[in-house]
Design a protein around this ligand. Structure first.
Ligand code: PMP
Length: 345
């Protein structure tokens, strides 16, 4: 892969903004009169580290990825938007993605005026690399693959994803937002083998920190350097950097939560499958499951009347009459099952 052929020329030639905290970052200075900050209200008066080095050190250790292969964003949504802006020339380039999948790939492509080519998964939601590759042409810069996939819940076949990585002459974004709930080998362990791979992770799911907005992208140092040039200078706030450092100390607790969620997932999916209104529970590798039911929309509205909100996905392709249901606490899951057992037929 020749990166220069994939990156938009204006981005390749960009002189990035150089902020005060970047020009002077280490050293022994104690008087900071360089960034037009207020001298009062410490520590919130100061701009945060634009490259989040302390946090990246911890994430690098935790994920087993070198620091210069890590980008941190305002949620993984920021990384999705950035890769479109870095690689895709509006009105000229296009991207492919599995369908159905996470809605932001398409929205971010539309915002950037980049053609979005959805490639339908099979009825059992599996990926065919050949079918995906057949939808690409010389203007296809990115392929979005999500595993475990949202909203279907299943992991994609590792071999098929690898086939896309080997054969596609563009960047493959593997979104593993739900990877912490899966036993599959994470793709970030394959960064050395594939220079066209970008892996997305987040603190919003298993790490139970959606409110702080911290997403991660792992890729070659060269790709990461372009993401750093294009991002807003101070894209991760100080409170977020601090909270993220704090939550990373609670790895054992997070692993306990994940185990509990997985145990509950087994219990809830088994009980759901026995409900008369259930047609099918699809296999899941995430902290949610997709189920085909008799009358998704009325069940959705009925659950709301009982104070329970799930996601009606019945208008999504291949998901007719399907609800997507997140695994909650045992009490919340009991409330769901009780309400569904009371559902008037
Ligand atoms: N990827 C997938 C597959 C998701 O489902 C979501 C959120 N629902 C995201 C990314 C965005 O996560 P973040 O909170 O990190 O922006």
């Amino acid at each position: 892969m020749v990166l220069q052929e994939l990156i938009r020329p204006n981005i390749w030639n960009l002189t990035p903004y150089s902020c005060a905290r970047q020009e002077y970052s280490d050293g022994d200075a104690t008087v900071f009169l360089d960034a037009n900050e207020s001298p009062y209200h410490s520590p919130l008066n100061r701009y945060p580290d634009p490259l989040q080095r302390e946090l990246k050190r911890e994430i690098s250790r935790l994920k087993g990825v070198a620091e210069d292969c890590v980008f941190l964003g305002n949620g993984s949504d920021e990384a999705i938007d950035l890769v479109l802006r870095i690689f895709c020339e509006p009105r000229q380039d296009n991207v492919v993605a599995i369908s159905p999948s996470y809605g932001m790939y398409e929205v971010a492509a539309n915002i950037n005026n980049v053609e979005y080519r959805p490639v339908l998964l099979s009825e059992s939601f599996s990926l065919s690399a050949n079918k995906l590759l057949a939808a690409t042409d010389r203007h296809t810069k990115l392929a979005f693959l999500c595993s475990p996939n949202n909203p279907t819940g299943n992991s994609l076949s590792h071999e098929e994803v690898e086939k896309v990585l080997r054969r596609f002459n563009g960047i493959v974004v593997v979104d593993e937002a739900y990877g912490d709930f899966s036993c599959e080998k994470p793709f970030r362990e394959e960064l050395q083998e594939h220079d066209n791979l970008i892996v997305l992770n987040t603190l919003s799911k298993a790490w139970a920190s959606a409110a702080i907005r911290l997403g991660m992208a792992f890729a070659s140092p060269q790709i990461i350097s372009f993401m750093n040039r294009v991002k807003y200078p101070y894209n991760i706030s100080l409170p977020t950097q601090r909270e993220a450092l704090e939550v990373l100390k609670h790895r054992t607790e997070v692993e306990q939560w994940v185990r509990l969620i997985l145990r509950e997932r087994e219990r809830v999916t088994a009980a759901f499958a026995r409900l008369p209104l259930c047609q099918k529970v699809f296999p899941t590798d995430a902290n949610f499951f997709l189920a085909r039911v008799d009358g998704a929309e009325s069940i959705y509205r009925y659950l709301i009347s009982r104070g329970i909100v799930v996601r009606d996905r019945s208008r999504v392709r291949l998901c007719q009459e399907c609800l997507r249901i997140t695994i909650g606490t045992p009490e919340e899951n009991d409330a769901l099952l009780k309400a569904l057992n009371d559902y008037p037929r």
